[in-house]
Design a protein around this ligand. Structure first.
Ligand code: NAI
Length: 303
């Protein structure tokens, strides 16, 4: 079986240069782990101030890494930081950023039309061999890349927040993704130090498909007055062994983001009972309470 394994993995190419489009929460984390694992990274965003913010996030996160990895070795830590930073370039110019890249990871806003337009553009500019992927949480990869010609070289790379900490990477295969592309993406995930799982291009892939309906059901429990948020969270932590309860997790993920995902699914799959919306969720989001990041959601947070 090890021969068979080698035979399949030799199908893949080695990714050396990665272009990450969108340097927000996810893009900056992906840039960091890619640079830490020896890849050349080009991080693209729309404004210099976004790129500056992104680099700041990466520096703060890297300092934490160094504190752990190079506790007493200040010189080693400084060298590590310099080396990693030396592998990260930023760019405001999409065309330039794609010139000699092996892999594109799109991590811009979760909006189908905007993503479709971007992918069409990327497909026209990027070298022939370049693989094009999206980090979308809730949109079908197949629709995002509908105007892309290289259908064998597309896929999904779904990371988890915070990217440097979370060990999982979901690798998504559309019905057109070639074996070579798929193996390349799996090998890239391994090179990043992630554990990969693969999933077809289905709503929510594995994690969100199971997690989102579960979190929404927890909100319905509050709506019905079955139990308090505190008791629901305590129950799932101590009774199911989850590190966070569903309500805490919702506040952490962002209530606006969660609402956006369920609304999208509800619209796309009106007949699927597992994609429910919630009046209470709509109300809280309507009040501008998006969770931890705004200081309030189901719980209050001191900023
Ligand atoms: P974010 O809002 O923090 O970052 C998005 C960035 O993309 C911003 O810096 C924005 O300026 C930039 N951007 C927007 N349009 C652009 C364009 N046309 N060209 C270049 N840059 C552009 O968003 P976040 O949370 O990082 O999410 C990004 C993607 O990752 C979304 O598709 C989301 O569904 C997905 N995702 C989010 C997770 C999360 O926990 N927030 C988890 C896994 C995936």
């Amino acid at each position: 079986s090890s021969i068979a394994k080698n035979a399949t993995s030799s199908l893949g190419r080695t990714i050396k240069t990665v272009t990450i489009i969108g340097g927000g929460l996810m893009g900056s984390g992906i840039a960091q782990v890619a640079a830490e694992s020896n890849h050349k990274v080009i991080l693209v965003d729309q404004k210099q101030e976004f790129l500056d913010k992104s680099l700041n996030i990466i520096q703060t996160s890297l300092k934490r890494v160094i504190k752990k990895k190079f506790d007493k070795d200040q010189q080693g830590g400084e060298k590590y930081l310099n080396d990693v930073n030396g592998r990260i370039q930023t760019s405001l110019n999409l065309e330039e950023s794609l010139q000699s890249t092996d892999l594109v990871i799109e991590a811009i806003v979760e909006n189908l039309g905007i993503k479709q337009k971007l992918f069409k553009q990327i497909d026209q500019i990027a070298p022939k061999h370049t693989i094009l992927t999206s980090n979308t949480s809730s949109l079908p990869i197949t629709e995002i890349v509908q105007d892309v010609k290289r259908q064998d070289k597309v896929g999904g790379l779904h990371f988890f927040n915070p990217v440097p900490v979370m060990k999982l990477l979901e690798v998504i295969r559309t019905s057109s993704t070639s074996d070579e592309t798929f193996q390349t993406l799996l090998a890239f995930g391994k090179a990043l130090g992630k554990t990969t799982v693969s999933c077809k291009d289905t709503p929510g892939f594995i994690v969100n498909r199971l997690l989102v309906p579960y979190m929404i059901e927890a909100i319905h429990m509050i709506e019905r007055g079955d139990a308090t948020p505190e008791d629901i969270d305590t129950a799932m932590k101590l009774g199911a062994g989850y590190p966070m309860g569903p309500i805490e997790l919702l506040d952490y993920v962002g209530l606006d983001t969660s609402k956006y995902i369920v609304d999208g699914w509800k619209k796309r799959f009106p007949d699927d009972a597992s994609f429910k919306t919630s009046e209470l969720l709509n109300k809280i989001v309507g009040e501008g309470k998006f969770g931890k990041k705004t200081g309030a959601g189901f719980y209050k947070y001191s900023k």
